[in-house]
Ligand binder design. Structure first.
Ligand SMILES: NC(=O)C1=CN([C@@H]2O[C@H](COP(=O)(O)OP(=O)(O)OC[C@H]3O[C@@H](n4cnc5c(N)ncnc54)[C@H](OP(=O)(O)O)[C@@H]3O)[C@@H](O)[C@H]2O)C=CC1
Ligand SMILES: Nc1nc(=O)c2c([nH]1)NC[C@@H]1CN(c3ccc(C(=O)N[C@@H](CCC(=O)O)C(=O)O)cc3)C=[N+]21
Ligand SMILES: [Mg+2]
Length: 290
């Protein structure tokens, strides 16, 4: 391996520490802690693990965590009613409804019910619109975390060629919008793309959000490329990314590992978005950009 490792776990710990430093000033000005509500429907074990670690890190940052666990057969109307109560609750600054939801629930109906001012996931169409328009809003945590790692590694991204693999609303599309805003030349590829290696051969930056273990091959990459692996795939060999790490690490300039790369950034950015939401909702200016 010749690539440098991008230590997302360490960067995320630093980001959480910077967030925790700002919480006392918010408490003093607003007379309360920033609050994050997390809603989990059903008993998916992986989701339960994420929700637990979100709750722990929220409390460690000095914020209040409100956890709502509902049975898998909860009617959609009951979930919507809970979202309405959280929208109206002044102690709640951010609302996260853990995905995926059970099949009988219309995900968009629930996500569009969350107040855009409390939408710390950035999944509401109003926030998606703000992102592509360049207006202040909430940016989805995973792509914003990837951008932070890229800027930390590369500095100014202007003029770089970036390829984003995957076009989901939660990762690929907002990632492409963020890189466009940073003046990269962005190519968004997906399952219908013909000759995907052709595009990767020119990419200074590759963000892989495919959902297929070991998908991206080292010999597709431009030597020295910066590779961000968003994938979280549970295999018999453990947790692996969407990038074939061993072959990619012999060609790339830098690469994120899985685990320990993008995943921890997602949770740290969630706390960052919650602190920003708290300041906006309480009308208290933030001392510094985080
Ligand atoms: N680290 C973290 O914090 C997070 C990790 N993840 C992980 O990131 C990965 C992606 O998640 P998500 O965006 O939600 O996934 P989706 O399944 O919603 O999207 C996957 C995308 O990959 C594309 N794709 C699938 N197969 C191919 C292929 N053979 N060639 C090119 N493109 C392909 C799909 O194309 P098409 O649109 O044509 O179907 C689609 O756009 C998953 O592993 C997920 O677990 C997700 C969120 C957070
Ligand atoms: N409303 C909503 N918002 C989300 O942001 C959201 C979601 N639903 N549903 C599921 C996906 C996935 N996701 C991850 C968060 C942290 C890690 C993470 O911390 N991963 C660790 C390892 C964790 C492990 O070992 O299982 C790592 O990569 O190092 C991974 C994935 C957030 N998501
Ligand atoms: Mg569904």
């Amino acid at each position: 391996m010749s690539a440098e490792l991008i230590d997302g776990k360490a960067f995320a710990a630093g980001l959480r520490a910077r967030i925790a430093e700002q919480v006392p000033a918010f408490r003093a000005a607003a007379g309360r802690a920033p609050g994050l509500a997390v809603v989990l429907v059903g008993e998916d074990p992986a989701s339960a693990v994420y929700v637990r670690s979100k709750g722990r890190m929220t409390r460690e940052a000095g914020m209040e965590s409100f956890e709502h666990k509902l049975p898998a057969d909860t009617p959609q109307d009951d979930l919507v009613a809970l979202v309405d109560r959280l929208n109206a609750d002044p102690a709640v600054d951010g609302i996260l409804v853990q995905l995926p939801l059970p099949r009988h629930i219309d995900e968009q109906a629930v996500l569009t019910r969350i107040s855009p001012d409390k939408d710390v996931d950035g999944f509401h169409p109003v926030n998606a619109g703000r992102l592509v328009t360049g207006l202040e809003g909430f940016v989805p945590c995973t792509p914003l975390g990837c951008l932070m790692l890229l800027e930390d590694r590369l500095g100014d991204l202007s003029g770089l060629d970036a390829v984003v693999i995957g076009r989901s609303n939660i990762v690929g599309k907002p990632m492409a919008a963020l890189l466009t805003a940073k003046s990269c030349t962005v190519t968004l590829v997906h399952s219908r793309t013909r000759n995907l290696p052709h595009y990767l051969a020119h990419a200074d930056i590759v963000v892989a959000a495919v959902g297929r273990p070991h998908f991206v091959q080292g010999d597709w990459l431009k030597p020295g490329a910066t590779v961000i692996d968003v994938g979280i795939n549970r295999t018999d060999a453990g947790l692996v990314g969407d990038v074939d790490f061993d072959s990619a690490a012999s060609v790339a300039g830098s690469i994120t590992p899985v685990p320990g790369g993008v995943g921890p950034m997602t949770i740290a950015v969630l706390l960052r978005n919650t602190l920003v939401a708290a300041h906006r909702n309480a009308g208290v200016p933030l001392a510094a950009d985080i």
